[in-house]
Design a protein around this ligand. Structure first.
Ligand code: PLP
Length: 399
């Protein structure tokens, strides 16, 4: 039977991402795509969103930003990923992660899949976190396209530890008659499906030390690794030093329209350009994404110090307001849990914040929790301005 790829599937996709809340908050004109793609210029103030990891540019805002970047210093184009802004970005990431080389890929999915495939060599099994993007959100690409069998570890936990890993390895090594090798262990941190939990450094180190000792290769899905660094104080290079390869997203918080970077030893990264081509991922020009990411990479640590500091001030003030409670997630990064008591109407609060202040808030889940997500958009106004906006909106939302 032909797969249904029309609207319901897309709606589910948005729902699974937690984005289905958005149309509730946005004017009809912006709803055609189900996402707030054209709202930025409808209001006088630039938006502050408590929903995404990044700024979530409208097309107009994206063009304006590229224009601004280009005016400061002419953006140099790449040619099939060679030279220009793309090469600059690759060099910057190699330096940042302390790896020999880095390469641009069109998606993180491709970065994860090709890293796993190349690291695994002739081995068939790759051990992955059960709640990872690789295991649950990449459409079984490892099995379907690359002939690798993904073995899940740590079901029901935000992340697995060394004991979980050893138990799983023992189970497969002892229980299978026709042996085929385990080649790679892969980890995701921060963990998207666990509200952005950053796996403690000691846990990562114990796992990767063991893997090195046993000869397993290691890959880090570090799509949001800067967020981990901002909250743990462990540098991106320290995280990367544990793994053979690390992937970092260009659009989560670096605000590019899409894209990914994979970093590692030259012997691995040098094989990537050919692999990307084979799977149809070699785009003619990629500077529109890489120039943007390069721009936001510069100074990111300092900006996130400010984001974190301002967010703490804002949340402390909001927590003092009647009926609002914002809680940290254990080992969390930029996602917090916001709960309102019965005296406040969330829909009115969110609508007022949106319409009057261009502040975006998501919808509550079944447990009544709104995932209150911190990002650089906070820096567009002072903490006092943001808190004052909430005060005014709360006044309206009191039942
Ligand atoms: C943890 C993680 N890894 C990988 C990806 C895949 O990135 P892309 O959308 O570029 O394929 C995502 C995207 O949501 C992600 O959250």
């Amino acid at each position: 039977m032909k797969k249904n790829t029309t609207t319901p599937q897309r709606r589910n996709f948005l729902k699974n991402l937690g984005l289905s809340a958005l149309p509730v908050l946005l004017p009809a004109a912006s709803m055609a795509s189900g996402l707030p793609l054209d709202t930025t210029h409808q209001q006088k103030q630039a938006p502050i969103n408590f929903i995404f990891d990044g700024l979530w540019f409208s097309p107009q805002a994206y063009l304006d930003k590229l224009q601004e970047i280009n005016q400061k210093q002419k953006i140099a184009p790449d040619f099939y990923g060679n030279g220009g802004a793309t090469q600059k970005l690759e060099n910057a990431f190699a330096k940042l992660t302390g790896k020999e080389k880095a390469i641009f890929l069109p998606t993180g999915t491709m970065a994860n899949q090709l890293a796993i495939k190349l690291l695994n060599g002739d081995n068939t099994k790759v051990l992955v976190p059960e709640n990872s993007h690789v295991f649950r959100d990449e459409a079984d690409a490892a099995q379907e396209v690359h002939g690798k069998r993904l073995v899940p570890v740590g079901q029901g936990k935000p992340f697995f530890d060394l004991q979980d890993l050893k138990r799983t390895i023992r189970y497969y090594n002892e229980g299978e008659v026709f042996k085929s090798g385990i080649g790679t262990v892969m980890i995701e941190s921060p963990v998207r499906r666990a509200d952005g939990v950053a796996i403690p450094f000691n846990t990562l180190k114990a796992i990767t030390d063991y893997c090195r000792e046993k000869g397993y290769k290691t890959h880090l899905d570090g799509a949001r690794i800067h967020l981990a660094s901002a909250y743990t104080g462990v540098s991106v290079a320290q995280y990367a030093s544990l793994f053979d390869t690390v992937y970092i997203s260009l659009y989560k918080y670096l605000n590019a329209s899409s894209g990914a970077i994979l970093c590692g030893k030259a012997e691995v990264i040098d094989k990537l350009a050919h692999q990307i081509k084979v799977y149809g991922g070699t785009a003619f020009q990629t500077w529109n994404a890489t120039a943007m990411a390069l721009h936001y990479l510069e100074g990111i640590e300092d900006r996130w110090k400010k984001v974190k500091n301002n967010a703490e001030q804002i949340m402390s003030a909001l927590n003092k307001m009647e009926g609002i409670q914002i809680k940290k997630v254990t080992n969390g990064t930029n996602i917090f849990h916001l709960k309102l008591d019965a005296s406040i109407d969330l829909k009115t609060l969110a609508n007022t914040l949106f319409k009057t202040h261009n502040i975006w808030l998501g919808r509550a889940n079944k447990e009544g929790i709104v995932k209150f997500t911190i990002n650089e958009s906070l820096l567009r106004r002072t903490p006092k301005q943001i808190v004052d906006a909430w005060k005014q909106a709360l006044g309206k939302a009191k039942k």
